[in-house]
Design a binder for this molecule. Structure first.
Ligand code: C2E
Ligand code: CA
Ligand code: CA
Length: 753
């Protein structure tokens, strides 16, 4: 195990790692080394033994042959007869054979090659022969001594056997074990390599999928890591951002692309190549307009990492949001917020001696255009108005849209009041001109209220309020004009405010009362119905006529509660009248915006027990002008209940006969302004009354002449065929208590007539 870990340590070394980069070579090398070690271990000792034994044996054979030859020479010399060799040799041969157990045989061969004497045994093993020449007294021959190699072979075999065991050990230690260790190490290394590679792939993928550009530099300002996004952001190639590239080179590339911030390329280079020693965040605008947020963080190694995020879109969105927060989407004009800012700035200049004018504009009849021709035309109209009004002011002035059809102008500076009046007059004039929009000719107008600073105040809020008051007055007096603010306008507004506050509590305080005005049927000469007319008995002031508070009630929405109260009251009251007498209740167009109107009428009928056929609802054309579809639906539902519907004040509004066709009214009430004009010689009035009465009779609709004050008027309308009259001639509106008495007296008088 220790060996394995040592080996692994070694394997981790640099050179080894290089070697292991070609694992097959390393493996082969270890295999060969192992094989060599085994071969040496197994073969070398027996071979050495065999060689040494062989050398020794051959020396011995030679030695025995030499000793034998010397003996024969000595004996021959002693005998002195070369022929005696035959007797001498055998003895010496025996002696030689007996001298050492390894000598197995010996013999003497004569010069002619024939064997003179031989002694010994037949050899089972190959023999090793030593020879020596014999030269004495004329005899020449050769002495041979043969030694058996048996002991060497057996010894070598024993050694071989012994070293085979050692060889096995060597095989295990020097081949098997190292190779197994190497394989294990290689396996571990490959696994580690695969993991590292995996990690690298993941790291690279993560880097390249980052939305931010990332660049890591070493202490020498050379790139260590740089992702794709960074290169893309600065228009660099992969080659230009490869590891090893210096920061200076990168900055040069970027300057060449024209993508740098700062005054000059040099300045940029200087700034960008400064060493990063502390974390920093900055936003740079590149020369192509893009914004990049850069975060730099130093690293322990002396280098640093930077991230670059293109925040152009974010910046644009921020700018857009800021723009939207200060501008009106439809016209692109400054909105209320920006206008107030500009006004505050202009007022600062007023403090330094300048003068300014604030104009508040409200378009007249814009709502009608919007309601009748649709929002698209309405929008186009607002844009066209913007253009025309913008043409009346200077660069230094501000035109803003503060709500649907309300605009404000800050005219700053002005030299005189006349200058402000001239602009206001011009605006009134240009807006009055017809507009041609999406195939429609549209005529509107505008009213303008003007407040001046410092004359009318040096506070923005106050100036706007005063200009608004002047506008309110302009609208009240005569639409399509301008008015300059006057201090007493404030008191008008104050009284309007007081009225609103008082109106809100009037219902709870039971300050309302319903008066009833009779309508006379001219054919039967009898009262056929009473119109319910609300009165406000305002504490400390007395009876207030509906003309003074109904518009305010409509504006504030209080008309819904007041109208419901009148409806319940009138139905309840009518139950005390004779069955053939009806009650008429006025409904405001505002009440038709309330979806529960039909429900309210049903509830009033149910609560009072009044038959629906005894209730008549008076509406004006304005109900049908605004959102006519839903109003028509409501009218139809009401009519299905059995309630009658009368068209009130006919002739004052749009007087469009199309409204008479759009809904089957039960009655047309001709406005009292026409009746009044009948006796003043106005031919038109007579023509209109005649036409309406004829139209009514042809459609089977009853016609009522309102505001009949004189018998002359009565006679004219009667002669034209009017079916009913209403007016002071018959009776002014009276409190409920007087109705019973009126009916009785009327019955008496008509009986008398
Ligand atoms: P209107 O529906 O046209 O009501 C008739 C108005 O003419 C009443 O004024 C009435 O007093 C007045 N009048 C009647 N005969 C004559 C006459 O011979 N000569 C003159 N000069 N005037 C005459 P009033 O009561 O002041 O009501 C004004 C308007 O207020 C009404 O006009 C109606 O539109 C509205 N109004 C009144 N009560 C209610 C109500 O309960 N609900 C709603 N929504 N509107 C109401
Ligand atoms: Ca009426
Ligand atoms: Ca009327």
């Amino acid at each position: 195990m220790r060996m394995l870990s040592a080996f692994l340590r070694f394997a981790r070394a640099k050179s080894m790692r290089r070697l292991l980069s070609r694992p097959s070579t390393a493996r082969a090398l270890i295999g060969h080394l192992g094989n060599a070690t085994i071969a040496i271990t197994v073969l070398a000792p027996p071979l050495a033994y065999a060689l040494m034994s062989y050398a020794e044996l051959s020396a011995r054979a030679r030695e025995h042959a030499t000793v034998g030859a010397r003996h024969i020479e000595m004996r021959l010399i002693k005998v002195g007869d070369p022929e005696a060799i035959g007797e001498i040799a055998p003895g010496i041969l025996y002696a030689t054979n007996g001298a050492h157990e390894t000598v197995a045989a010996s013999w003497v061969i004569g010069k002619d090659g024939h064997t003179i004497a031989f002694a010994g045994r037949t050899l089972r093993w190959p023999e090793l022969t030593g020879r020596a020449p014999i030269r004495a007294i004329g005899f020449e021959g050769t002495f041979f001594a043969a030694c058996s190699t048996g002991p060497i072979i057996i010894g070598t075999l024993h050694a071989l056997l012994a070293f085979l065991a050692l060889g096995f050990a060597a095989w295990y230690c020097f081949r098997r074990l190292p190779l197994t260790a190497l394989d294990t190490a290689l396996g571990l290394l490959q696994q580690a390599q695969a993991e590292a590679q995996d990690k690298n792939v993941r790291f690279d993928t993560a880097l390249d999928h980052m939305s931010q550009g990332l660049c890591m530099f070493d202490r020498d300002q050379k790139i260590l890591v740089c992702n794709k996004r960074y290169a893309e952001m600065y228009g660099l190639t992969r080659e230009q951002t490869r590891p090893g590239t210096t920061l200076r080179e990168i900055v040069q590339y970027r300057i060449a692309q024209g993508l740098y911030s700062g005054a000059t390329p040099n300045e940029y280079m200087h700034e960008r190549t400064a060493r990063v020693t502390a974390a920093s965040n900055s936003v740079q605008q590149l020369s192509d307009g893009r914004f990049v947020a850069i975060a730099r963080r130093p690293m322990a190694c002396g280098g640093w990492v930077t991230t670059h995020e293109d925040i152009t879109e974010q910046r644009q969105a921020e700018a857009k949001i800021a723009y939207m927060a200060h501008h009106d989407a439809l016209t692109g004009l400054p909105n209320r917020t920006l206008l107030h800012e500009r006004l505050d700035q202009a007022i600062e200049r007023v403090e330094q001696g300048e003068a300014l004018a604030v104009h508040c504009l409200d378009l007249d009849r814009f709502k009608e255009v919007n309601d009748t021709l649709g929002h698209a035309v309405g929008d186009a109209l607002l844009q066209a108005v913007t253009q025309r009004v913008a043409g009346c002011i200077r660069e230094t002035d501000t035109l803003g849209r503060v709500s649907g059809d309300e605009f404000t102008i800050i005219q700053s500076p002005i030299a005189s009041t006349e200058e402000a009046m001239a602009v206001a007059a011009r605006i009134v004039e240009v807006v009055q001109e017809p507009f041609s929009l999406m195939g429609h000719q549209v005529m509107i107008g505008t009213s303008v209220g003007v407040a001046l600073a410092p004359k009318d105040g040096v506070d923005g809020e106050m100036l706007l309020r005063n200009a608004d008051l002047a506008l309110y007055k302009a609208k009240q007096d005569r639409r399509g004009t301008y008015r300059l603010f006057e201090p007493d306008m404030n008191s008008h507004l104050q009284s309007r405010r007081d009225l609103e506050v008082a109106l809100r509590s009037a219902l709870q305080n039971g300050e309302f009362q319903v008066f009833y005005q009779p309508l006379l049927n001219l054919e039967h000469n009898e009262v056929c119905s009473f119109e319910a007319l609300v009165r406000w008995n305002r504490p400390g002031i007395g009876m207030v006529s509906p003309g003074d508070f109904i518009p305010l009630a409509e504006e504030t929405g209080l008309i819904n509660q007041i109208g419901e109260w009148v409806m319940r009251e009138a139905c309840r009251e009518a139950m005390s009248w004779p069955d053939h007498i009806m009650v008429s209740v006025n409904l405001s167009s505002v009440q038709f915006k309330n979806r529960s109107l039909v429900q309210m009428v049903m509830s009033a009928l149910a609560a009072s027990g009044l038959a629906p056929s005894r209730l008549e609802l008076e509406i004006t054309e304005s109900v049908l002008v605004q959102d006519s579809d839903s109003a028509l639906e409501m009218l139809k539902s009401l009519r299905l209940l059995g309630v009658k519907i009368a068209l009130d004040d006919f002739g004052t509004g749009y007087s469009s006969l199309s409204y008479l066709q759009s809904f089957p009214f039960d009655k047309i009430k001709i406005d009292r302004s026409f009746i009044k004009d009948l006796t003043s010689g106005n031919e038109n009035a007579l023509a209109i009354v005649t036409a309406v009465v004829q139209l009514g009779s042809s459609l089977g609709i009853a016609t009522t002449a309102e505001g009949v004050e004189t018998t002359d008027q009565l006679e004219i309308v009667r002669s034209r065929g009017c079916t009913e009259i209403q007016g002071y001639l018959l009776s002014a509106p009276k409190p409920a208590q007087q109705i019973g008495q009126f009916c009785t007296s009327r019955a008496v008088s008509s009986d008398a007539a």
